[in-house]
Design a protein around this ligand. Structure first.
Ligand SMILES: C[S@@+](CC[C@H](N)C(=O)[O-])C[C@H]1O[C@@H](n2cnc3c(N)ncnc32)[C@H](O)[C@@H]1O
Ligand SMILES: [Zn+2]
Length: 221
């Protein structure tokens, strides 16, 4: 069974010794503007550490984004939203091109600054079910997504398309919650991993105790 849980991490580095100081908590998400702060003592040096929302957000973002390091070539950001992943990926000079895809027309405006400042980024408004019409077989290196997979209804087509289009691998972060009304499919992370395996990928599945009901899947050949 997938270990569903309500926790996100609030963390920072000790101002004295640099040790990571963090707690898991379920009252405040690090992205929600709040005056809430966490006060704790560094377990290494005993220094008083305060974690405010800005610090928690930076720490949480870093934890997410480091899972998307090490990519290169041509990357497709599925359900790119405002470009959370693409913004980070563009810092990686080994990435030669990023396509941000999303069906929400507002994402064009939300990623306008990215497209204007970096020619490697392009936004396309599209339904993800059109992937195989947009891309030829073996035409990209990596496919990335965060909090998108659960919105896909035809998952078999998704796995076929992604497996046909990406030559190097997939990096997928997401959450799974039983009977959550926003989910368009009920695939548990273990089943997602198996679906990739069935299509010839090597797969690692990591359960994230610091990301609300979160998981991270990496595939490669
Ligand atoms: C929770 S947001 C995540 C955005 C971004 N990946 C991030 O990390 O901030 C999910 C995004 O997926 C897009 N999306 C969901 N289902 C989609 C579909 N079937 N086709 C295209 N975009 C979709 C939504 O419009 C939304 O922008
Ligand atoms: Zn310390």
């Amino acid at each position: 069974m997938f270990p569903e849980h309500p926790f996100t991490i609030w963390g920072t580095h000790c101002g004295n010794c640099g040790n990571v100081c963090s707690i898991l908590q379920n009252a405040h998400h690090p992205w929600n503007c709040t005056p809430f702060t966490v006060k704790l003592k560094c377990s290494t040096c005993g220094h008083d550490v305060t974690i405010d929302q800005k610090a928690a957000e930076a720490f949480y973002n870093h934890k997410i984004l480091t899972r998307f390091e090490g990519l290169f070539g041509y990357v497709v950001d599925l359900g790119c939203g405002g470009g959370f992943l693409s913004r980070f990926l563009l810092q990686n000079k080994n990435i030669k091109r990023i396509d941000g895809l999303d069906r929400d027309p507002d994402c064009l405006k939300a990623t306008e600054d990215l497209a204007a400042s970096d020619q490697r980024f392009n936004f396309t408004r599209t339904e993800l079910r059109r992937l195989n019409a947009l891309y030829d077989k073996n035409s990209t290196d990596f496919i990335v997504s965060r909090d998108v997979f659960m919105f896909i209804d035809d998952t078999e087509q998704y796995f076929d398309d992604v497996s046909s289009i990406a030559t190097r691998g997939v990096r997928q972060m997401g959450w799974y919650m039983t009977d959550n009304h926003r989910m368009k499919n009920g695939l548990q992370p273990q089943k997602i991993a198996e679906a990739y395996q069935k299509r010839g990928w090597q797969v690692s599945l990591e359960y994230l105790d610091w990301y609300k009901s979160g998981y991270f899947i990496k595939t490669w050949h």
